[in-house]
Design a protein around this ligand. Sequence first.
Ligand SMILES: Cc1cc2nc3c(=O)[nH]c(=O)nc-3n(C[C@H](O)[C@H](O)[C@H](O)COP(=O)(O)O)c2cc1C
Length: 431
Amino acid sequence: MTEVLKLLTRNVGKPNSTHVDAYMGSGGYESLMTVLHKWTPEQTLNEVKAANLKGRGGAGFPAGLKWSFLPKGKEVLKYLVCNADESEPGTFKDRLLIENDPHSILEGIIIAGWATQAAGCFFYIRGEMPAGARIFQKAVDQAYAKGFLGKNILGSGFNFDVWVSRGAGAYICGEETALMDSLEGKRGQPRLKPPFPAGYGVYGVPTNINNVESYANVPLIIRNGAGWYTAIGSPSAPGTRLFGISGHVKRPGVFELPSGVTLRELIYEHAGGILGDRPLKAVIPGGSSVPVLRADQIDVTMDPDGLKSVGTMVGSAGVIVMNDSVCMVKALLNLMEFYAHESCGQCTPCREGTHWLELIVRRLEEGGGRPSDCDLILDVAGNIMGRTICPLGDAAAMPAISFVQQFREEFEAHAREGRCPMRDVRMTAAI
Ligand SMILES: Cc1cc2nc3c(=O)[nH]c(=O)nc-3n(C[C@H](O)[C@H](O)[C@H](O)COP(=O)(O)O)c2cc1C
């Protein structure tokens, strides 16, 4: 069995893990001291680039490369954003870090600030995480008191601030440009790109945005070096991942493992296997937006290459496990309700398409389905794909298409029988 690595989660569960003194007691802020006193911003950026740190928010873009897109020099006003919106169904790994080890995120943010010579960072946290917002604000206050934030940090001449900003219950505000509009006090709607955030971001200022887990990796890379980091996990996506597993497993939770662990091992070893010892039916491997897998497709590594080989993605690494008691039409209905509700309404294919997908899947589940509905779902979803300003449309279309492709017989049985054929199974599954 692959060993659980305690790198990002090294402080989780320790006493006072959110306090700056406890964090410093185990080597915290030493990476920041190293870069401020010994490394130039360019060296710092190059180390993160060499580590090939891939973004953990979903798209997997290389973090160091993204930082290098910002204009150079401290005379250019630049901002960072930390995306702590974490609203993707099945994803709950950032919350673990925010509530248990806020200083590791903060240290990564300040190092990124040094590397890019940014003026400060907006920490945008999901509105439904009030505890996380309080904990993170406290960590920020402690960092100011210790001189890790503010003017002339640790005598280096570097000035950097962090502002905590709370979201207000909208999944779309996790999309980077909708987040920026929301930060500015506007309605959170994605912006057309270009211009990209590196040129025109928050308040029109060049901005870099990264996920919580992405920033939390940075102090580890500085402390141990890019060579150490690239030796962990898959070469194409090095480091560990915080896999959040939920659904029908005996031990749901967040597991920190090298990126190349297999999906089978994750489910059957780390998460303890299937609840009720029933057969596995389906797995969504990377948060609700990625294509679903059948039970016979889990012998793949949990990295971009492995999951691509079975037509899906690692996304936000939120693994949703479903046993044989699950009706796939009902499961898809649940997702379609979510996306129709969360579509911001700006683009017609997404606004109308997500609504129609919900209606069609609902009528199938409730007994009014038609034989043509499978093809209709594929057609509607196919007309959303790639036709919207932001990827929320694709995020709704991909599960719709894959659920029908992978479990077509079950969808057709709903239409043929005029009822949910899984209802009896669900009633007898005592789980
Ligand atoms: C609808 C939607 C919701 C998103 N929600 C989040 C989120 O909650 N957290 C996050 O880090 N990225 C989210 N993203 C991805 C961000 O747009 C962006 O790619 C990410 O914050 C970049 O950070 P990274 O490069 O470190 O992964 C979302 C994207 C979309 C389209």
